[in-house]
Design a protein around this ligand. Structure first.
Ligand code: FAD
Length: 304
């Protein structure tokens, strides 16, 4: 056991081959903007491979995504990846957004179909003149410019996929259209993720699959979102947060422990790349990255 812990520690120190990326969402007001930038400032020195910014269905959210991505590009040395969906927009409108990203210097896009306008669980209706799904969107982006494109993946299957054949065929088509990597929906059961990787490899899909890790700031919120997205919440996880609704301090400690256990177990299974859903909060993600052996670098160290 001690030898095992040392082996793991050796992997997490020195020439650390662990890589991370962080996801943020565009802020809706000044207070949220301030919180977001505090988080970015705290997490940037960890030198993530990229930071992604989500995209909403409404026009104003779209603009906020663009503004956040542009500010990251202007004020930091981070590599921003802009999420983009097909929802409620014509091809011309989406193409315009893609070109505007290229023109301001964005080179990374997370290409998604997006959720139905009526909410998860209702039927998805593509815009009559729009991209119909993520495969179509990836192809469209590739025609415009040489972006690095990421797509979504689902270790527990997308709720609309009838079976694993449909799910894997869809991912394969996204790769064939030009996706360089995929980022997964969050999950809590590492065995399911490992089985998923085996299915992906057996299907001949060879792009990196970044596990999406969500530190649990609010168990209630995560449980409700899990139900919508088809993510299973193990009984042991619910048990860990039981009785803590009114105790944010303990909840935070438990959340850090749960997420650290999950990533350390993935490290033991050979995983070296992690994508964190930050919820625009730095503390838990920073702590987990620290445990992973990642330390802030100064601008001088970066330049050397
Ligand atoms: P797709 O890959 O197009 O597939 C969706 C489903 O439709 C799959 O089940 C697929 O099998 C099926 N399907 C696709 N095409 C066909 C076809 N021709 N025939 C039959 N079935 C088909 N949402 C946002 O609104 N904004 C975001 O910023 C955002 N970021 C995300 C980031 C990540 C990492 C993840 C995992 C999800 C994100 N989402 C976001 C949610 C995402 O938009 C939803 O999960 C959406 O329902 C599916 O998007 P997709 O790109 O996976 O779709």
């Amino acid at each position: 056991m001690i030898e095992h812990a040392n082996e793991r520690q050796a992997r997490l120190t020195g020439e650390n081959d662990i890589a991370v990326s962080f996801e943020f969402f565009p802020p809706q007001n000044e207070k949220m903007e301030e919180a977001l930038w505090q988080s970015i400032t705290k997490l940037a020195p960890i030198s993530p491979r990229f930071v992604s910014v989500t995209y909403g269905a409404s026009g104003s959210t779209r603009e906020r995504t663009h503004n956040t991505v542009a500010r990251i590009l202007k004020e930091t040395s981070l590599q921003p990846a802009a999420h983009l969906t097909c929802v409620d927009a014509s091809r011309d409108e989406v193409n315009e957004v893609i070109r505007s990203y290229w023109n301001v210097g964005v080179r990374n896009i997370v290409a998604l179909r997006g959720d139905p306008v009526g909410g998860i669980g209702t039927a998805y209706e593509p815009h009559p003149d729009g991209y119909v799904n993520a495969v179509d969107l990836v192809g469209g982006i590739r025609k415009i410019a040489d972006f690095d494109i990421s797509v979504a993946a689902y270790p527990e299957r997308h709720p609309e996929s009838a079976d694993w054949g449909v799910e894997l065929d869809n991912l394969k088509r996204k790769v064939d259209a030009g996706a360089a990597r995929s980022i997964t929906q969050f999950f809590f059961d590492n065995d399911l993720f490992e089985s998923y990787l085996e299915r992906v490899w057996a299907a001949g899909i060879n792009i990196p699959i970044l596990p999406g890790i969500v530190p649990i700031h609010s168990f209630k919120q995560i449980a409700s979102f899990s139900e919508k997205t088809g993510t299973s919440v193990p009984d042991w996880l619910a048990h860990r947060f039981e009785g803590l609704d009114e105790d944010p301090e303990t909840r935070k400690l438990v959340a850090a422990t749960v997420a650290a256990e999950q990533v350390m177990d993935l490290v033991d299974r050979g995983i070296t790349d992690f994508h964190f859903y930050t919820m625009n909060k730095a503390d838990l993600v920073f702590a987990i990255c620290h445990i992973l052996g990642l330390r802030p670098t100064t601008p001088e160290q970066e330049a050397a």
